[in-house]
Design a protein around this ligand. Structure first.
Ligand SMILES: Cc1ncc(COP(=O)(O)O)c(C=O)c1O
Length: 386
């Protein structure tokens, strides 16, 4: 049997990983500023995470949600403390798409409405409703098409107000990333998120903060939506939550009451996933990783600003993007093959940095030296000699 070929891949086989580094099967070392798509939050194979999972594996890995799983309550309490949303309620699932699917569904159960506002360049996952709210026609199958989604331009307050004025009583929820990831690192303005909050309150709609990529401390705050100083009704999470162990979840404001059987999952919240997620939160707290994300992120942005060839350096904490001019379109590829550094991209010409929140300053310095060197090589090879 062959694999179903849906991914264009780099011809690299990674066999070992530690902190911000990975090694291939030939022993070559790479600096990982991509984290397998923003997943590695506390660093590859972090010893506390490995120990927690190993210990749990030797006790029990899985049982379904038909019995008590105290690790879930421990995780809820820890998450409440680290995120500051102590009065919220946790529902666990397995991925980001599933988290968004559950959030959108819960909002609709809550207010009995069908319409959802989503934004241009947003990405919310690939399950049916999550993909319908994703602004990419190529990944929406005919069966996912629905008239229930209203797409509005990102950060356009006038369009948002207009939409609520015309359809306010039909809007079930508004879903928005605090920082768009797949869309190219675009920050939702604080005033825009505040406007979403006040319009949702006015019209009885639910504000869903998709924090799958921009959450879990990546921005320097636990949820990047927190920069706006308002609370969402539901936060969705995945990626960094398990540092590579598959787990997702939503936290739900106290105003939404749980009802038996409205949401459910077989694997969500299993013992092993909870152990991994607890290890992540314990490490974020113990090693003050949100502070590190602010500090190393600031260093990276300042240094990138000083490179004249790069444009529009943006982001928060360790979620950073910049535009690459046409003549440097191979920069990401060259960073990988020549400098042995993984970075992320967004079409058409954005490089994204999504490293572990434990990235050390000296690793960031290595990247800055490497990108300068690579740009110099690329420019000198395109500039004709006199
Ligand atoms: C903002 C956002 N939401 C949702 C998802 C979907 O998450 P998953 O791939 O775990 O389903 C992603 C994945 O990239 C994402 O970036």
């Amino acid at each position: 049997m062959n694999l179903f070929d849906v991914y264009p891949i780099n011809e690299i086989t990674i066999v070992k990983a530690k902190g911000s580094y990975v090694w291939d099967d030939k022993g070559e070392q790479y600096l990982d500023l991509y984290g397998g798509h923003a997943v590695i939050s506390i660093g590859h194979t972090h010893p506390h995470w490995v120990k927690r999972i190993e210990e749990q594996l030797n006790k029990i890995a899985f049982y379904s949600n038909s019995i008590k799983i105290p690790l879930q309550q421990q995780l809820a309490e820890k998450l409440g403390k680290v995120s500051g949303k102590e009065d919220y309620q946790l529902f666990l699932c397995n991925s980001g798409a599933e988290a968004n699917e559950n959030a959108l569904k819960l909002a609709s159960f809550f207010n009995g409405r069908k319409k959802i506002i989503a934004f241009s360049k947003g990405f919310h996952g690939r399950t049916s409703l999550a993909v319908a709210t994703t602004d990419n026609k190529n990944i929406i199958a005919p069966v996912n098409e629905t008239d229930n989604i209203i797409f509005l331009p990102f950060n356009d307050e006038a369009a948002l107000i207009d939409c609520f004025n015309n359809n306010g009583n039909e809007i079930s929820s508004v879903i928005i990333e605090g920082i768009q990831g797949v869309g190219g690192i675009n920050i939702a303005e604080d005033s825009f998120l505040q406007k979403i909050r006040s319009l949702c309150d006015e019209y009885g709609a639910i504000y869903i903060a998709d924090s799958v990529q921009c959450g879990y401390g990546r921005s320097g705050k636990f949820f990047s939506h927190d920069f706006a100083g308002v609370n969402a009704d539901i936060y969705t999470m995945a990626k960094g939550m398990g540092n590579g162990f598959p787990i997702g979840g939503i936290i739900v404001s106290p105003k939404i009451k749980a009802k038996h059987f409205q949401l459910g999952t077989t694997f969500g919240g299993n013992h092993l996933a909870c152990a991994a997620a607890l290890a992540v939160l314990e490490t974020i707290e113990e090693e003050k990783l949100m502070g590190n994300a602010v500090m190393v992120g600031k260093y990276l942005r300042n240094e990138l600003e000083a490179i004249p060839e790069l444009n529009n350096i943006r982001g928060r904490g360790l979620m950073i993007g910049f535009d690459v001019p046409g003549e440097l379109k191979d920069l990401k590829k060259n960073l990988l093959w020549n400098q042995k550094i993984f970075t992320g991209e967004a079409k058409p010409n954005v490089i994204r940095l999504l490293p572990s929140l434990a990235l050390k300053k000296r690793d960031a310095e290595q990247f800055i030296d490497a990108i300068k060197e690579e740009i110099e090589i690329m420019i000198s090879s395109t500039t004709p000699a006199n």
